[in-house]
Design a protein around this ligand. Structure first.
Ligand SMILES: NCc1[nH]cc(CCC(=O)O)c1CC(=O)O
Length: 307
């Protein structure tokens, strides 16, 4: 085989690490294949304002998937977590592979090495994710949460510079960029339930064509089925980047269990549900969990105008 595929990637340390990992995996699976990394700068990367005004979470992924649709690149690598539940992939583009799932948990990094329960009263924790804010305040109502944006490297730099006392970021993201040694405490999912799609890297391609076929070599059904359940949950809510929703599906042989919750931003109200069923019904289980949360009043917590 003497095929060359163009992989479009953002320039952040994490995006590049994920892109290289996928390129190496594909080249190992298909001898003779060359994967070229094509740097792409997105509107979301250049925007320094709030994520909500930049077009939400999808600002990073949808521009790259548009290049895929136009034929400018052949594949793209995303964090499943960054693909919003309310925006479908562009026509003719699909997720061709779900990579084996990494650690789904969030990690606390603190300046003085204290864990969540030991942080001093009124300590300032940097995060822009309402899901993280709500759960931090639920565990420690005395803490103050300060919005912090930018890639993970720059958030660590801002903590080191004293802007905040601690930050909460994805544990797997720190591993991918070689910063796992900075972790003070990996937060248990019972304290900080993960985002839908956390820890899962996916590869998008055009639906038809050589790239779609070659990329299936990287697909892991044990990652795909939980991913499908979690995405269906988020999509039913029409959730946006600023939604305080967690969803985490696990497999025990063919049984898929999905734990999901919706939080009030101040951490003073939480709605939970757990659903389980056969893994072949993953999307239906995601929708069922969403329906149960909506029946409990989730819409009121999710919509700032109803709260
Ligand atoms: N929104 C940025 C983002 N998107 C995915 C991850 C982590 C990696 C993953 O879960 O696959 C991160 C960083 C973070 O949340 O700390």
């Amino acid at each position: 085989m003497t095929t060359t595929l163009r992989l479009g990637t953002r320039g952040s340390t994490m995006a590049l690490a994920q892109a290289r990992h996928v390129a190496r995996g594909l080249e190992a699976a298909h001898p003779g294949l060359t994967v070229l990394l094509v740097p792409v700068s997105t509107h979301g990367d250049r925007w320094t304002g709030s994520l909500a005004t930049a077009g939400g979470k999808g600002a990073f992924t949808s521009e790259i998937d548009a290049l895929l649709q136009a034929g400018d690149i052949d594949l793209a690598v995303h964090c499943l977590k960054d693909i919003p539940g309310d925006v479908a992939l562009p026509e003719g583009v699909h997720i061709a592979a779900y990579l084996p799932r990494d650690d789904v948990r969030d990690a606390l990094l603190s300046r003085d090495g204290r864990g969540l329960s030991e942080l001093s009263r009124d300590a300032v924790v940097g995060t822009s994710a309402v899901r993280r804010q709500a759960q931090l305040l639920r565990a420690r109502p005395d803490l103050r949460v300060k919005p912090i944006r930018g890639n993970v490297d720059s958030r660590i730099a801002r903590m080191d510079a004293g802007d905040v006392d601690a930050i909460v970021v994805a544990a797997c993201g720190l591993h991918r960029i070689g910063q796992a040694h900075r972790i003070t405490e990996v937060l248990p999912a019972e304290i900080m339930a993960p985002a839908t799609g956390a820890g899962t890297v996916v590869v998008t391609t055009r639906v038809h064509g050589e790239a779609a076929t070659l990329v299936t070599a990287l697909d892991d059904p044990d990652s795909r089925d939980p991913g499908l359940a979690e995405r269906a949950l988020l999509r039913r809510f029409g959730a946006t980047c600023n939604s305080a929703v967690s969803g985490h599906a696990t497999l025990d042989q063919n049984t898929l269990t999905l734990r999901a919750a919706v939080y009030a931003p101040e951490g003073d109200r939480t709605l939970h549900t757990v659903v389980a069923g056969d893994r072949t019904h993953a999307p239906a289980l995601g929708r069922q969990a969403a329906e149960e949360l909506l029946a409990l009043g989730a819409r009121k917590l999710l919509d700032p105008y109803l709260r």
